[in-house]
Design a protein around this ligand. Sequence first.
Ligand code: SAM
Length: 201
Amino acid sequence: MPPLPAAIHDLANRWQTVDPRFGRPNAPPIELDLGCGTGGFTLALARRYPERLILGADVLLGRLRRLQNVVRQGGIRNVELMLVNNLELIGFMLPDASVRRLHLLCPDPWPKARHRAKRLATSAFFTHVARVLEPGGVLHLATDHVPYHESQQAVVEGLPFFRAAPDAIADLAGLETDFERKWMAAGKPVPHLAYVRISES
Ligand SMILES: C[S@@+](CC[C@H](N)C(=O)[O-])C[C@H]1O[C@@H](n2cnc3c(N)ncnc32)[C@H](O)[C@@H]1O
């Protein structure tokens, strides 16, 4: 296997906490694209907001390598990529209150009942999300899968950490993920949800 580009942070199978600024001295606002995949959204966000640090996390190295090539060739300086399991990243690797906005866009829906336990968007997961978000930080969700959308909404709104805030993603108008584009082209709507992390809980 070719060596891992230094610019991809290899956090897979490492039991450690990480500084999401990755050595940047001044802390820019951090946005985290969980399961960034081929990274169309990650790149578009980074290009639109060069003053923000955009973290892309995925378990698939091939996708991260291709994305890293585009980042390098495009001279994009505000993207950091992480080879990591999202559950570990959110569960214990990232410090408390370190992320301004977290995107979970078109996660694998695991539609079959026997695979349901593989879904990321559970109450435990969103409780970890509440830990890593800054007070006033934003959780942004999207999926084409209607039952998953409904279950995410019910789970998040059943927790004491969030309040619905659709305006918190108004600045993303016109940005789409690669999967979202694919589903929209196939005539499937991809509804989005946005929540603000309530500071007192
Ligand atoms: C359906 S794709 C969506 C990619 C992208 N967000 C988009 O909308 O185009 C889901 C992505 O999540 C990644 N993924 C799934 N489970 C993961 C996990 N536990 N940790 C990190 N990435 C994961 C997959 O490798 C895949 O790239």
